[in-house]
Design a binder for this molecule. Structure first.
Ligand code: URA
Length: 444
């Protein structure tokens, strides 16, 4: 008997369980119009309040994934491994780790997103490279992966279309903050890429989507469990996003920082987190037996230049200007630099990620609404980070703007307020807070 949407909504509203076949019917009805948006939004609100058990979450993820194309990468040898970050400020590890992992022999098919609100997005950063195209079709995606060992694109209409529809409804109805819905949304897209394993970087802290550690742990646990249930190797690192990652926040400035990191120049927090995530990818990709072995491989491909060479190759293969790699001044540049001096001498005790990300967005480096245009040359460079000594009047950060920006006053206020300077030095806590693994037996 065909279910009735109203009965399923009522059951979920009252704390009941939906069967996999009912979830499949609901997702099918989203595409066909048989279950209209108003019923789906009521169901989303019921799920937000009542939750879903792992079986329901797995069924929802699988149905959303199957709503579009599942890319077949079986022709490309090796286990294909990707990384997903829940996002943050200055979070640019994808551009560092993807070429490293590819240079170590593990293919990295990466479908990324755009920035929204105070957080940046990999696609916006990549588009600051003149000519770089993120809108490859599935054939182009497979070809670049085969040629370069990595590919960096945006979500195509073919991948998980049900997520696109549902995310728009959730965004407009305050139903984003639900662990089963976030799990299904993220994994349906990632698992449709044709991967064998996924490493998650789940952020916690001031600049993170999940600010509280227990929420980040619950999301990581949910994603690992469901991914594993759907046959993928899963590892999650829970990492701090209290202060921005690295020193650059924006788009072109972040690409420049990634190129420097691939040249072996740091900054160390960006390098260390990228290598930690890359090492997990190499173990899931069966290129290394242990994380220590994997880490040594990562350092080797940075030092011998092969990781940077991979980045150059993918930039060229996706239409970008490869000369950028040797001459970072070919990236979009800001017109005006404004220094923010320290009001006193002492030690930086905090650099709050959220106001820095918000200020970068106001400058034009990010979007308040999905349709906003990005200014790729603007951003913020942190000259001091948590734990650094500072003299009175010394620059805490540099605002990169395009001159007559009416938001500059508010930006200055936000970034000045983001820095806390105290009398005594502070211990900077480890970036990695926790690690979860749900992988199938590795190496027999
Ligand atoms: N990012 C996604 O892709 N989906 C969510 O639900 C939340 C963050």
């Amino acid at each position: 008997m065909t279910p009735r949407a109203v009965d399923l909504i009522r059951r979920k509203r009252d704390g009941g369980i939906l069967e996999p076949s009912e979830i499949q019917w609901l997702i099918h009805g989203l595409g066909s119009g048989e279950v209209p948006d108003y019923q789906w939004t009521a169901l989303l609100m019921a799920i937000l309040w009542q939750g879903m058990n792992p079986e329901e979450t797995e069924a929802l993820t699988a149905c959303m994934m199957n709503s579009g194309t599942i890319v077949d990468l079986s022709k490309i040898p090796g286990r294909k491994i990707d990384k997903h970050s829940t996002g943050g400020v200055g979070d640019k590890t994808s551009l560092v780790l993807a070429p490293i992992v590819a240079a170590c022999g593990v293919p990295v098919p990466m479908v990324s997103g755009r920035g929204l609100g105070h957080t940046g997005g990999t696609l916006d950063k990549l588009e600051s490279i003149p000519g770089f195209r993120i809108d490859l079709d599935i054939e182009g995606y497979q070809r670049v992966l085969e040629e370069c060992g990595l590919v960096l694109i945006g979500q195509t209409r073919a991948i998980a279309p049900a997520d696109k529809r549902l995310y728009a409804l959730r965004d407009a109805t305050a139903t984003v903050e639900s662990i089963p819905l976030i799990t299904a949304s993220i994994l349906s897209k990632k698992l449709a890429e044709g991967i064998d394993g996924l490493v998650l970087d789940v952020k916690t802290g001031d600049g993170a989507f999940m600010q509280r550690l227990e929420d980040a742990q619950a999301l990581a646990e949910s994603m690992c469990r469901i991914g594993r249930g759907l046959g993928k190797d899963m590892v999650a690192l829970i990492t701090r996003m209290d202060q921005p990652l690295g020193k650059a926040v924006g788009n072109a400035v972040e690409v420049a920082e990634c190129v420097r990191c691939l040249r072996g120049e740091g900054p160390t927090d960006l390098r260390d987190l990228s290598i930690a995530l890359a090492s997990e990818m190499l173990v899931l990709g069966r290129a290394a037996r242990t994380l220590e072995e994997a880490k040594a491989m990562c350092f080797r491909v940075i030092h011998d230049g092969s990781a940077l060479e991979r980045f150059r190759r993918v930039v060229e293969a996706q239409g970008g200007d490869p000369k950028v790699i040797d001459d970072l001044t070919l990236l979009p540049l800001p017109k005006v630099l404004r220094e923010i001096p320290s009001p006193r001498k002492g030690f930086v005790t905090n650099v709050l990620a959220r106001p820095i990300g918000h200020a970068a967005m106001l400058l034009g480096a990010g979007r308040a609404r999905a349709e906003d245009q990005i200014d790729h040359g603007v951003g913020i460079i942190l000259n001091k980070k948590c734990g650094d000594r500072v003299h009175q009047g010394e620059s805490l950060c540099t605002i990169l703007s395009n001159g007559d920006d009416p938001a500059l006053q508010e930006v200055t206020k936000l970034v000045s307020g983001a820095f806390e300077v105290g009398e005594s030095p502070v211990e900077v806590p480890d970036l990695i807070v926790d690690r979860l693994e749900h992988s199938f037996q590795l190496f027999g």
